[in-house]
Each structure stands twice: as structure tokens, then as C-alpha cells.
Design a protein around this ligand. Structure first.
Ligand SMILES: CCCCC/C=C/C(=O)SCCNC(=O)CCNC(=O)[C@H](O)C(C)(C)COP(=O)(O)OP(=O)(O)OC[C@H]1O[C@@H](n2cnc3c(N)ncnc32)[C@H](O)[C@@H]1OP(=O)(O)O
Ligand SMILES: NC(=O)C1=CN([C@@H]2O[C@H](COP(=O)(O)OP(=O)(O)OC[C@H]3O[C@@H](n4cnc5c(N)ncnc54)[C@H](OP(=O)(O)O)[C@@H]3O)[C@@H](O)[C@H]2O)C=CC1
Length: 296
């Protein structure tokens, strides 16, 4: 069994309708494709209608699944309500939401204008809480046990320089995930999150991470498992978390990053030491021990 194969059984998401924000591109598109293969009805939404239309038609053909698209800027509540209305009209009800839309700039923070910070925070944080609130009201009113999956980042927990608006916003999304998981648990509504490490997408690579930076960074060299993620790996986890297979899990964030986040460990800089250097270090430590040296 390869890690880039589908994990859940056929029909695992049958009779479920799932909205995927930012579902026209990148990871959103890959999750939408897998949900369709598992039998879900899928609604993709984002700002660019031409991209949504192309993706919906491609996925309809490649999966044979039921998919519609509705243009929507997640910063606009009336557009969010329109997505939900169109989804209910097409499929009867909505059962799941993947908050995947995002914007991000990699930049020294002092170079950002106020508007640049607002742009990222509004898409990521405001867009996520608007969509979650709109669906939560609908689910509670209609006694539907909905499931929300928020796509965050590992730096939502650790913090990170050079992506500060995104880090602040994703941290807010993570706190909302945990807070609402508690509050809405009594309605049977679950909220979980995935914190992905680097997964190659055009949005993250070309626009966020231009070529010179990508070459310098070489993610593969910094990740313990020495590779970037495969989209199917993330889609597998997303399908599990949005499905009833995870019915007893809520308020959880799962990191899927090949161990990248562990680089924060205090002694991880020792990764650079060669085997020969370790031989010499071991000898030095043993000889110090034999000499009975102790700190004064
Ligand atoms: C590789 C490892 C991954 C690590 C974790 C990744 C996390 C991610 O979130 S990846 C997701 C990446 N995807 C995207 O960011 C989506 C692609 N980006 C966009 O679609 C757009 O860039 C946008 C939605 C983020 C913003 O578009 P728009 O609303 O049209 O905004 P404007 O172009 O009008 O700009 C608004 C404001 O921001 C300033 N600005 C734009 N780019 C930059 C930049 N690179 N650095 C600094 N400032 C920037 C721009 O100048 C505007 O400000 P004012 O000049 O004050 O008007
Ligand atoms: N790829 C990676 O390595 C990582 C990605 N992530 C997260 O994964 C998710 C997907 O990222 P990825 O696939 O890489 O990037 P993409 O750029 O492909 O996806 C971002 C999506 O957000 C949509 N979007 C942006 N602004 C808005 C808006 N105002 N309203 C509605 N939709 C909007 C875009 O569509 P449109 O332009 O049509 O609006 C686009 O489809 C994001 O949440 C990102 O933070 C987290 C960690 C690592």
C-alpha cells in the first residue's frame, strides 16, 4: 500500500454534502476530488469564477461525482449565505465545511502596509469565522450534526516570523476550533483542524515562495522524513476528519508535516554533526567522565 493511495472505503462519504472553500486550486481541489471519489456531494467556492468552473468540470469528469461551484469572497457574509443557500437548493442539506481559503505574504513585517496585514487576516480569520458561524446557525436550527475542518499551519502553534499576519490569523482559527468544539459539542457539531507542513501547490510555491527563496530553503533538507507532502496524504486525513469515522474526535489539531515542526527541539542543531565528529565527541565525553571532572 502506497502513501499516495486513497485510504477510506468506497462510499465512505455517500449522502454527505461538503463545502470546500478555496476548492478551485491546490489542496482544496485535491480534498474536493477525494471527497467526490468517496461519494460526497461537493460545493467549491472562492473568488475566481473561471477557475471554479474549470475545476468543477474537470472533477465532474474525472470522478463522476456531483459537484457545483458558487463564487464567493469569504470576507462577505451575504456571499457566504448565498453559497449555503445554493448548496441546500442543489443537495437538500449541508453536512460538512472545510475552511481552506487563505492568503499569505512572506515578507519582513515592517515592510507590510496596514492594508496588507488586513488582507491576510480578513481572508484567513474573518473568512473562517464568518463561514463557521453561518453554518453553525443553520446546523443548530435544523438539528444537523455538522463537521468542520479548518486547515491551519504548524506556526499557528509555534508562531513564525516573516508570515506574521498569517500566523496571527491561523492561531485565531485554531483557538476558535477548540472553543467552539466545546461549546457546540452539545449540538453534535464537531470541529477539528489539520496543520500541514509543506505541500507543493502553485499558490504556496509560486506566489508565496518565489524561486530564489524556494531553492535556498530546500524544504526536503529540513524535514526529518526528507520530502514534501503528497496531496493524497492530506486528502486522506481530511476525509477521515470530516467523516463519521472520527465521530468521537473534536477540538483536535493534527500535524501532517514529516516532522518539520520538531526542528524546534533544543538540540536539533546537532543534525549537522557527521559520524566522524560524533566519534570524536564521544571520546571527549568519555575521557572527561574518566577524569572525574565535575563543574565547580
Ligand atoms: C511553502 C510553505 C507553506 C507555508 C505555509 C503556507 C501557508 C499558506 O497560507 S499557503 C496559501 C498561499 N496562497 C495564497 O496566498 C493565495 C494566493 N494569494 C492571493 O490570492 C493574493 O495574493 C491575496 C488573496 C493574498 C491578496 O490578493 P488581493 O486581495 O488582490 O490583494 P492585493 O494584491 O490588492 O494586495 C493587498 C495589500 O497587500 C499588499 N501586498 C500584496 N502582496 C504583498 C507582498 N508579497 N508583500 C507585501 N505586501 C503585499 C499590497 O501592496 C496591498 O497593500 P497596499 O499597497 O497598502 O494597498
Ligand atoms: N501548501 C502548503 O504547503 C500549505 C498550505 N496551508 C494551507 O492550506 C490551504 C490551501 O493552500 P494552498 O492550496 O497551498 O494554496 P492556494 O493558493 O491554492 O489556495 C488558496 C485558495 O484560497 C482562495 N481564496 C483566497 N482569497 C479568498 C477569498 N477572499 N475568498 C474566498 N477564497 C479565497 C483562493 O481562490 P481565489 O483566488 O479564487 O479566491 C485559493 O483557491 C490554506 O489554508 C493554506 O494556508 C498550510 C500550510 C502549508
Amino acid at each position: 500500500m502506497a502513501y499516495n493511495e486513497g485510504m477510506l472505503r468506497d462510499g465512505a462519504l455517500e449522502n454527505r454534502t461538503i463545502i470546500v472553500t478555496g476548492g478551485g486550486t491546490g489542496l482544496g481541489k485535491s480534498m474536493a476530488a477525494y471527497f467526490l471519489r468517496l461519494g460526497a456531494n461537493v460545493v467549491i467556492c472562492s473568488r475566481k469564477e473561471d477557475i471554479l468552473e474549470k475545476t468543477a468540470s474537470e472533477l465532474r469528469q474525472s470522478t463522476g461525482g456531483k459537484i457545483i461551484y458558487v463564487p464567493c469572497d469569504v470576507r462577505k457574509t451575504e456571499q457566504i449565505e448565498n453559497v449555503i443557500a445554493k448548496a441546500v437548493e442543489a443537495f437538500g442539506q449541508v453536512d460538512g465545511l472545510v475552511n481552506n481559503s487563505a492568503g499569505n505574504f512572506i515578507s519582513p513585517t515592517e515592510r507590510l502596509s496596514y492594508k496588507a496585514v488586513d488582507t491576510v487576516v480578513d481572508i484567513v480569520l474573518r473568512g473562517t469565522y464568518y463561514f463557521t458561524l453561518a453554518l453553525g446557525k443553520y446546523w443548530i436550527e435544523n438539528h444537523i450534526k455538522g463537521s468542520v475542518l479548518n486547515i491551519v499551519t504548524t506556526y499557528a502553534t509555534t508562531g513564525s516570523g516573516w508570515v506574521v499576519p498569517s500566523a496571527m490569523a491561523k492561531a485565531g482559527v485554531l483557538t476558535m476550533t477548540k472553543s467552539l468544539a466545546f461549546e457546540w459539542g452539545r449540538h453534535g457539531i464537531r470541529l477539528n483542524a489539520i496543520a500541514p507542513g509543506p505541500f507543493p501547490t502553485k499558490g504556496a510555491w509560486d506566489r508565496l515562495f518565489p524561486e530564489e527563496l524556494a531553492a535556498k530553503f530546500a524544504f526536503e533538507n529540513r524535514i526529518p522524513l526528507a520530502r514534501t507532502g503528497e496531496h493524497q496524504e492530506l486528502a486522506n486525513l481530511a476525509a477521515y476528519l470530516i467523516s463519521d469515522f472520527s465521530a468521537y474526535m473534536t477540538g483536535e489539531v493534527i500535524t501532517l508535516d514529516g516532522g518539520e515542526v520538531l526542528a524546534g527541539g533544543q538540540f536539533n542543531f546537532l543534525k549537522e554533526i557527521t559520524d566522524n565528529q560524533w566519534d570524536a565527541i564521544e571520546e571527549q565525553i568519555k575521557s572527561a567522565t574518566r577524569g572525574g571532572k565535575s563543574p565547580e
